[in-house]
Design a protein around this ligand. Sequence first.
Ligand code: HEC
Length: 169
Amino acid sequence: MPLTQPAIRLLAITTLAPLTVVALTAGLGSAAPATRPATTVPVGVAFFTQRIAPVLKEQCYPCHHADTPVSSYKGGLLLDNLAGMLKGGDSKEPAIVPGHPDKGTLMPAIRYTYKDEGKSKKQNMPPKWGKDHALGGKLPDQTVRDFEEWIRMGAPVPEDFKESKVEGL
Ligand code: HEC
């Protein structure tokens, strides 16, 4: 007897990683037909959208976004698109190297492992900033691990995050 749709779904849910389940159930809740394949949103892209993008937006865009309201983007580094991350900033080193969380300037920065604070292009990120230094400061350990995991996955992103939307950057 062939498996019924719900049975297949149950089977998929019990065997897939938790994140895929989130992507799967999100898909089912939408107007999309139930037959839509569960793999429409790859796991890595879902991981980026759920765990990495909100942190970039809140903690890094104030200084590393082409339209940053604070001032022009800092350190010559744009973190609002993958190309900018691969290119890196003033240090002339890439911020990330997909598949290698031990390379690039971003991981040591968010681990707060740079020692010569204030003297180097390489800084701990995000710095404390804003009125009374109330903003920024070291990210939670789990967030740092999420970045590590995402880079290890090969830094998957949605299509619209791949290139800068600003001409000439
Ligand atoms: C308040 C502003 C501010 C925020 C917020 C901020 N940065 Fe920065 N960032 C800077 C400045 C300024 C520099 C340049 C430091 C220098 O050249 O001395 C920099 C440089 C960097 C560099 C080195 C670039 C290079 O190649 O020289 C990395 C990597 C980086 N930031 C990552 C991040 C990440 C990741 C976040 C968010 C988690 C973040 N930054 C949030 C201001 C900020």
